[in-house]
Ligand binder design. Structure first.
Ligand code: SF4
Length: 85
């Protein structure tokens, strides 16, 4: 099977880096993500699936939840504008 995961840089390192424990740094994982050629695809899949754990696409779960919330607000704003127009 081929797909964006074939380009995942994290497949070459210890995956535990991407699932830091409470209070542990996620800086090392994010540094790897910044150099990963499939960062965008990875982030989009994790957002689409609302994956609740780990570092995906260079973002921690709390950052992905903020991104999802921001997108919902933008969509709601767009919908409201369409209703007024
Ligand atoms: S962006 Fe990060 S988590 Fe996603 S595939 Fe690349 S290295 Fe792995």
């Amino acid at each position: 099977m081929t797909g964006w995961r074939d380009g995942a840089l994290c497949a070459q390192v210890d995956m535990a880096l991407f699932f830091p424990g409470k209070g542990e740094s996620c800086a090392a994982a994010k540094s790897i993500c910044r150099r990963c050629e499939v960062q965008f695809e990875c982030l989009e899949e994790s957002v689409a699936q609302a994956i609740p754990h780990g570092i995906w696409g260079g973002r921690a779960a709390v950052e992905r939840r903020r991104l999802i919330a921001a997108r919902h607000r933008m969509q709601q704003s767009f919908n409201n504008e369409q209703e007024v127009a």
